[in-house]
Design a protein around this ligand. Structure first.
Ligand code: F3S
Length: 470
């Protein structure tokens, strides 16, 4: 039996691709092992978003290769590179990393088992370049019955509702890697979520490049960014959320990766009216300065964004907003950063991340003049992050004394609705509650981005007494 080990890098979208590969390996009767040393084949599923992710991917590939050179058993081991880096550099990589045995792209995730059999069947002659199975334009999208083996804890799952991206952001390479936006049907997503909930999943994280654009690729005309979206005219995220909310069971639906251009009052109303949809919105904004938004081609303006944040807060009481910004984009001035800081102060995002702009070959922004020096990017990053640290501390302090419903991720560690897995903070509880269950806790302290809590009804004093009696 062929033993395969898989290293999954990058974002949750790539993780779902890894899960699909593992599902197909199982289906083909191959054994999947976490122990790379014992494997006949190692697959590295790569990320290529920014320079550091490419470096990380190449580091893992070379490490796997170095290890197989060191150990006798691993000399015969095959090394396959998959994912975004393989897709993006499909022409160059076979020549530049000949240590690899085969490259596969995003559309080959379901064919991984026959590809392994093929590279086993053909002896590679000395000097031959690695085999490449990558097809140029990615069009694949999974369905509810696509074989998949979840690599997340049993109580949470990522569900890819669409793939690809139609936005023209000048800094981003992902549309060139992952292709045009294509949505699954509402029925396909509902069937998958129903199955997940039946298996005991308590948190369903909806993902794609732009979750708010779900279904809109099937409309006759592309919706005009920033004009109110009439989502009653066809499939949209709103129709999907209402159907998911109607599935029986106790679970959360979390919406990740929304784009501000396609928010609508109907979407705000839908989230407010669907109790299973977490009071949490992830909406990368990238900047607030009109000049920057224009050169980034974000299809939004500062005033529109300010208004949207107000509409979301007014329409969905208790909502936690997560966003990300980019600092050091070409042409960004100190005034632009001051405007951004002012906005961060006003909007008081519950969760916020900042990226230093990365000059990515193949993007329009990479060719722009006035690139900002690495030192200045770093300074601006610290400026915004220091401000957010203060805001996050005051947001956390406001939680103290409140009772929160949390989902227990592991012994003593949980998350509330306002915290997405692997991205946001955690709630630490000095008691082992059942992993994968919901619990009510009272917040009694905080530490940076994390909260400290006790099970509801237990005071610190009674808790000490209970502990001593144990
Ligand atoms: Fe994700 Fe990295 Fe690809 S962020 S979409 S794995 S480039």
């Amino acid at each position: 039996m062929i033993k395969v080990s898989l290293i999954s890098l990058g974002c949750a979208k790539n993780l779902v691709d890894s899960e699909i590969m593992v599902g197909h390996l199982h289906k083909a009767g191959m054994q999947v092992t976490p122990d790379a040393e014992a494997a006949d084949v190692v697959i590295v599923n790569t990320c290529s978003f920014i320079d550091s992710s490419k470096e990380e991917s190449i580091g893992h590939i070379l490490e796997v290769h170095a290890q197989r050179g060191l150990r006798k058993r691993r000399k015969e081991q095959k090394l396959i590179v998959a994912g975004c880096m393989s897709q993006r550099f499909s022409k160059d990589l076979p020549g530049s990393i000949p240590e690899v045995d085969a490259f596969i792209g995003l559309d080959q995730v379901t064919q991984v088992a026959p590809i392994i059999e093929e590279i086993y069947a053909k002896e590679r002659a000395k000097g031959d370049l690695p085999a490449s199975f990558v097809t140029t334009r990615s069009t694949y999208i999974p369905d509810y019955d696509t074989p998949r083996f979840r690599l997340t804890p049993a109580h949470l799952a990522y569900v890819k509702i669409a793939e690809g991206c139609n936005h023209p952001c000048t800094f981003c390479i992902i549309p060139q890697i992952r292709g045009r936006h294509r949505s699954r049907t509402v029925q396909s997503v509902v069937a998958e979520v129903r199955q997940l909930v039946a298996e005991g999943v308590k948190e369903v994280n909806l993902i794609s490049q732009d979750t708010t654009f779900f279904g809109m690729d099937t409309w006759d005309e592309r919706p005009n960014p920033r004009t109110p979206v009439d989502s009653t005219r066809g499939t949209a995220l709103t129709s999907l959320l209402r159907e998911l909310n109607a599935i029986e069971g106790d679970f959360w639906i979390r919406i990740l990766y929304t784009h501000p251009a396609h928010w609508s009052d109907e979407l705000i109303r839908t989230i407010a009216e669907c109790p299973k949809v977490a009071r949490y919105v992830d909406m990368p904004l990238q900047h607030i300065s009109d000049r920057m938004l224009k050169v980034m081609q974000r299809e939004t303006s500062g005033d529109y964004i300010r208004g949207l944040v107000k509409r979301i807060r007014a329409g969905i009481p208790g909502i936690a907003l997560r966003t990300t910004f980019i600092v050091g984009f070409p042409g960004e001035t100190a005034e632009d950063v001051d405007e951004l800081c002012q906005f961060v102060r006003e909007a008081r995002f519950e969760r916020l991340g900042v990226f230093r702009y990365s000059q990515e070959e193949g993007t329009r922004a990479a060719k722009m003049e006035d690139q900002v020096s690495p030192k200045e990017k770093e300074r601006r990053w610290h400026q915004v992050m220091a401000l957010q640290k203060e805001i996050a501390a005051s947001v956390s302090a406001e939680s103290v004394g409140k009772t929160l419903r949390v989902l227990v991720d592991e012994a003593g560690v949980a998350r509330g609705e306002a915290d997405a897995p692997d991205i946001d903070g955690r709630v630490y509880i000095p008691k082992e509650l059942k992993v994968g269950s919901f619990a009510s806790v009272t917040i009694n302290g905080h530490h940076d981005y994390d909260l400290l809590a006790l099970p509801e009804g237990e005071s610190p004093a009674s808790y000490k007494v209970a502990r001593q009696a144990q």
